[in-house]
Ligand binder design. Structure first.
Ligand code: MG
Length: 300
C-alpha cells in the first residue's frame, strides 16, 4: 500500500494511492478512523481488504493526487532518529573514516513538511543544504531486536530530505540545532509498505536534483549501516514504536562539500527520488515569504 496524508477542509486526512496518481481517501468510508500507524501495524491481508472495499463499486470516491496538498505521510512521529555519515562516499567527503558506530541525532516533528510544501530558508543563515535519505517507518513495537529479525518490525519506507542549516549545525559538536529549523525536513510523498519493497529497501537508486541538475546519486546498497543494523543498534537502547521514523543518512554530493559550496535559494526546486518509492519535490522559500504553508500541528 502507498499511504498518504493530505490536507482537506482544515483536516489531515489519510488515504492510499493507486497507479501513482489516484488517491482514495479513507474519510467517508468505514475505515475513516484508521491512522497511518494503524495501517502500518496491520497485516498485508488486512490492508488489501481495505483497498478492495474502498475501491469497489460505483460509489468509490477518488481524487487526482496532483490536486491535493500533501502533508508529511506521518504528521507527528513519536521520534525521528537520524543517522549521520551513513554512506561510504559521504563520510569520505566530510573528512571522516568509516565510523564504528552511527552518529545518531534527533529531529523534531515540528521541522517536517510534506511534498510540495516550501522548504524555508531562514533569515539568519545563507547555508541551507539538501540531504537525500531513505526514511524507515516502524510498524511494530521493537526492543532488543537481533539484526536477523529487525526488518520484521518495519512498516514502510519513504523519501526524506534532511534539510540542514550548515553554519548552525557546526557551531558545536552537537548537530541538533542545525537540523531542526522550522520547515526544513521534507518527508514523503508516500509511505510504501515494507511488503512492496526489497528487504531493508536495499539496492535502490537514490538521488537529489536541484533545479533539475543531479547533485547526489548513489544506491541504498552503499549505506555503511543497513536498516536492519540500525534497528538492532537503536533497539538495544530504546523501545521503537509504530510510527517512529529512522532517516538513514545521505550519500555524497551535499552542497556544503562542493567547491564552491552550493546553497539552496529562494525560487529553487529540490527533488529527492528513491527508486520504487517516489519523488519528493519541494520549492525553496525565504523566511517571511512562505506561501501555501499549512500551519500548525495535525493529528494524523
Ligand atoms: Mg542527514
Amino acid at each position: 500500500m502507498r499511504i498518504v496524508t493530505f490536507h482537506h477542509e482544515s483536516d489531515a486526512c489519510v488515504g492510499f494511492v493507486l497507479n501513482d496518481r489516484t488517491l482514495f481517501p479513507l474519510t467517508g468510508t468505514p475505515f475513516a478512523q484508521l491512522s497511518v500507524t494503524d495501517l502500518l501495524e496491520m497485516s498485508v491481508r488486512g490492508r488489501q481488504d481495505i483497498v478492495d472495499a474502498v475501491t469497489a463499486g460505483s460509489q468509490a470516491v477518488s481524487l487526482p493526487l496532483d490536486e491535493v496538498q500533501l502533508l508529511p505521510p506521518l504528521s507527528r512521529p513519536g521520534k525521528i532518529i537520524c543517522l549521520g555519515l551513513n554512506y561510504f562516499d559521504h563520510a569520505a567527503e566530510s573528512g571522516h573514516e568509516k565510523p564504528e558506530y552511527p552518529s545518531f541525532f534527533l529531529r523534531t516533528a515540528d521541522s517536517l513538511i510534506g511534498a510540495g510544501q516550501p522548504i524555508v530558508r531562514p533569515a539568519c543563515s545563507e547555508q541551507l543544504d539538501y540531504e537525500a535519505e531513505l526514511a524507515v517507518i516502524m510498524g511494530q513495537r521493537c526492543r532488543h531486536a537481533a539484526p536477523e529479525e529487525a526488518l520484521s518490525y518495519v512498516g514502510g519506507y519513504s523519501c526524506f530530505n534532511d534539510g540542514s542549516i550548515r553554519d548552525f549545525q557546526h557551531k558545536t559538536s552537537q548537530w541538533t540545532i542545525g537540523k531542526n529549523f522550522d520547515a526544513t525536513g521534507a518527508f514523503g510523498p508516500v509511505i510504501v509498505t515494507a511488503d512492496e519493497m526489497p528487504p531493508g529497501a536495499s539496492g535502490l537508486k537514490i538521488s537529489t536534483r536541484l533545479n533539475g541538475k543531479i547533485l547526489q546519486q548513489d544506491n541504498t546498497a552503499n549505506m555503511v549501516f543497513t536498516v536492519a543494523e540500525a534497528i538492532a543498534m537503536l533497539s538495544r537502547c530504546m523501545t521503537l514504536f509504530p510510527g517512529d521514523v529512522i532517516a538513514m543518512g545521505t550519500p555524497a554530493g551535499v552542497g556544503s562539500a562542493r567547491r564552491p559550496p552550493i546553497w539552496m535559494r529562494h525560487g529553487d526546486t529540490v527533488e529527492v527520488a528513491i527508486e520504487g518509492i517516489g519523488h519528493l519535490r519541494n520549492p525553496i522559500c525565504d523566511e517571511g515569504e512562505r506561501t501555501g504553508q499549512v500551519p500548525g500541528r495535525t493529528s494524523a
